[in-house]
Design a binder for this molecule. Sequence first.
Ligand code: OGA
Ligand code: MN
Length: 378
Amino acid sequence: MGKMAAAVGSVVSLATEPGEDAFRKLFRFYRQSRPGTADLGAVIDFSAAHTARGTGPGARKVIRSQLSVSSVSDHDAHRAGLQPVSKWQAYGLQGYPGYQWHWVKQCLKLYSQKPNVCNLDKHMTKEETQDLWEQSKEFLRYKESNKQRRRSLLEKLRWVTLGYHYNWDSKKYSADHYTPFPSDLAFLSEQVAAACGFQGFRAQAGILNYYRLDSTLGIHVDRSELDHSKPLLSFSFGQSAIFLLGGLKRDEAPTAMFMHSGDIMVMSGFSRLLNHAVPRVLPSPQGEGLPCCLETPLPAVLLKDSVVEPCSEEDWQVCTSYLKTARVNMTVRQVLAIDQDFPSEPTEENKRDITTEGFCHLDDENRQLKRTKLNPDS
Ligand code: OGA
Ligand code: MN
């Protein structure tokens, strides 16, 4: 830390040019730096990260990351002029977690509030579900000293719907059950969609899933949205899960993949209507711990036009206590194509002509069934 302070001190001692930002300041600092002096003390040296030399301030930011050794044969590595993957060393940098804390806090503190809809509404009054966060935060903050306690309301939360609220019974969205979609989540979604080639994506509906370590999400296809040409975005936080991505039909064996905290899955094109499921949420390898990408101090400053807001230490304590044994997943959907409207409800007369087959998919039914598993309290 001493070296870091020295380096930062030197940077600070440089005269700030008008309109200069933090990046530009360090750019100038390193342009002028003197090799062999303390100037370079804060530069991360990956080759020294796990040796005695690797004790500089930067070394603490470096984490070893795992490679998929079995994905590349020694022979293919050799053909490419590379060592076997088992000899490679891969590193990640701590402190580049993005702003996961913001979304976790929104899911727990803000999006769980009315007018959004949640699984607890079925059994509880509006007053009782009005502020799940307020009712749960002290329980959660003192969870460790209080293992035998009842579960807090936040721990009983299983799903929240946003925007056009998904109706689990009819498996439909409708024009008359809509509340404003959170603007920060809409903005995040639009950026991610655009980066994937979907300019003009509109975040119109969200399903937030709150998993405990024993929760599962059954095999299903998300086909209730009316425009399947738009992607479905899925953001994961907290404990890792195994995600199974199958085919168009259930008889196709799925591919298993980890979904770690901070991962974003985009289901688009052919994969938009594939079967998928979450059969397992994995407990933290350290017992009740946080993924290391979440073990980072909250930033002191944010951009002036940031859509993410500051998070207090106190709020983050509640979130981390919750996340030690939980996973939160946000899925964001565009329901309607531009200029599309919901179909008008069939008249009583016409209803008789609609076979159940047309409206009720086995997959969806199955999903509903398993949702109940994710949602033991509804
Ligand atoms: C969903 C969904 C997957 C996940 O909500 O439709 O598939 O990773 N979620 O929780
Ligand atoms: Mn899904």
